[in-house]
Design a protein around this ligand. Structure first.
Ligand code: ZN
Length: 139
């Protein structure tokens, strides 16, 4: 069991790439575990869907500007560095939703919430299914 460490709210400058910007923030603040949420708008986002049989992501490259209807993710360690894993639901101007694993997206607006969790160690390792995952928790 961990406990809550630092809690942060910040806005990402327009034009920055979401994943790389938040990852830089995690490195700067030395955050190794936690949760991330955000609202805002992304331009030309790329979202992935993991093809189980092929063990790879099919990447859906969306064009234009999309509302972040929901964005949630977690922070753990991969290859010795903070790793951000984010899933999104993105809405277009008609309110049509696209969802998946966020690979990248240029920020128009992003208000980000980060909650650090201290006292836990979550390290991602490559598994047979083709995904870098934590150890399972056996009850
Ligand atoms: Zn994912």
């Amino acid at each position: 069991m961990g406990s809550i460490g630092g809690v942060y709210l910040f806005r990402i400058p327009e034009g920055e790439e979401f994943i790389s910007y938040v990852t830089k923030f995690l490195e700067k603040e030395d955050i190794k575990a936690g949760v991330v949420k955000a609202v805002g708008t992304l331009r030309n986002p790329k979202i992935g869907y993991f093809l189980e049989k092929e063990k790879r992501y099919k990447i859906n490259e969306l064009e234009g500007t999309y509302e972040i209807a929901s964005l949630m993710g977690n922070i753990s360690i991969k290859d010795g560095k903070p790793f951000l894993h984010v899933h999104v639901v993105l809405g277009d101007e008609e309110g049509v939703a696209y969802g998946g694993h966020l690979i990248e997206g240029e920020v128009f607006v992003a208000e980000v919430f980060v909650m650090e969790i201290v006292g836990v160690e979550l390290e991602r390792k490559m598994r047979e299914n083709g995904l870098a995952l934590w150890d399972e928790m056996r009850l």
